[in-house]
Design a protein around this ligand. Structure first.
Ligand SMILES: CC(C)(COP(=O)(O)OP(=O)(O)OC[C@H]1O[C@@H](n2cnc3c(N)ncnc32)[C@H](O)[C@@H]1OP(=O)(O)O)[C@@H](O)C(=O)NCCC(=O)NCCSC(=O)C[C@H](O)C(=O)O
Ligand SMILES: [Mg+2]
Length: 282
């Protein structure tokens, strides 16, 4: 992972104040939203506000632009806008992607910018593998609100009704080496609820979480970063394995557990992730 995606903050593109504020927020990435966070009558004004805001300095934060779906009345104008940004966005996020052909269509209209896909429809879940395999795709974002609406599922703290969809998308993203971030936690004043959902997402293997409010940033940043204990253990595992290898052994033992080359790969990834996070701060 070249950069971390622990915290991916949605900002309505019509909200000039929030887009300015984001230059100083501890988000790893920003999604400038032209879709659900912008009222139908505000779409053109939001595009204009966003054109101005993309002149701001967002530092190392990834700038992701979410356009409206290409089947909507705003989609094509959004895509033309995205295609004209000349490097001022790092990726364009396509909502409600059902299949790889949806990405072909977006790729033809937006030739030079990496694409990300919102994974939030039942067909998208079933076609996650072909979506993740798309050559222009760099990342996937779970859209758990839309998915819950389509499934007619109920909110549960353990997200049991979401597990099949989350799992399919995770498998697809990991199989094709793509970034994948978890869906939003709507109750933005409920810190304990957010922390629990972040921990669940981290345990499952998500790279980070999409967020809707700055108050959620610190919790996501902490949950998706390697802990000090994980970093320290990774260093000791690498050292012990190198020592074992030098002695002609294929296995080391650290804290009573075996360490093989696959564990060393995980340890190195942990250290790489910690370094990428440190680079964000520096
Ligand atoms: C939820 C909100 C409407 C709350 O806004 P507000 O009442 O203004 O909050 P506060 O007064 O607490 O704000 C405090 C300051 O923080 C700034 N702020 C607020 N939100 C953001 C933000 N997202 N990014 C940056 N800055 C933000 C305010 O401007 C205040 O600043 P200051 O003036 O200096 O005090 C609001 O948070 C909001 O609109 N959130 C984003 C909602 C959104 O983007 N929704 C769409 C994405 S979710 C989705 O679609 C998921 C997916 O598709 C699915 O299907 O699941
Ligand atoms: Mg959605």
């Amino acid at each position: 992972m070249a950069r971390p995606y622990r915290s991916v903050l949605y900002i309505p593109a019509a909200n000039i104040r929030a887009m300015e504020k984001a230059q100083g927020l501890a988000a790893d990435a920003i999604i400038f939203d032209l879709e659900d966070a912008v009222a139908p009558g505000e779409k053109a004004a939001a595009r204009e506000a966003l054109a101005g805001a993309l002149g701001n300095d967002y530092g190392r934060r990834a700038r992701i632009l979410r356009i409206n779906g290409l089947t909507t009345e705003w989609g094509e104008a959004d895509a033309r806008f995205a295609a004209g940004l000349a490097g001022r966005a790092d990726a364009v996020l396509i909502p409600k992607v059902d299949c790889a052909a949806d990405l072909d269509q977006a790729a033809a209209l937006i030739p030079d910018t990496p694409l990300w896909a919102m994974m939030e429809t039942p067909l998208g879940m079933l076609n996650a593998a072909e979506i993740a395999a798309h050559p222009r795709l760099e990342g996937m974002v779970m859209g758990t609100n839309d998915l819950a609406k389509e499934l007619n599922s109920r909110f549960r703290a353990d997200r049991l009704p979401m597990q099949a969809g989350l799992g399919l998308c995770l498998l697809a993203a990991k199989a094709h080496g793509k970034v994948i971030v978890d869906g939003v936690f709507n109750a933005f004043k409920d810190e304990d609820g957010l922390r629990a959902e972040c921990e669940q997402g981290r345990d499952m293997g998500f790279d980070g979480k999409t967020l809707i409010h700055p108050a959620q940033l610190a919790i996501a940043n902490a949950a998706f970063a390697p802990t000090e204990a994980e970093i320290e253990l990774s260093r000791r595992q690498i050292e012990a394995f190198e020592q074992a290898t030098a002695e002609g052994k294929g296995v080391a033992v650290v804290d009573g557990r075996i360490v093989e080359n696959l564990h060393v790969e995980t340890a190195r990834k942990t250290l790489d992730r910690a370094a990428a996070i440190a680079a964000m701060a520096g």
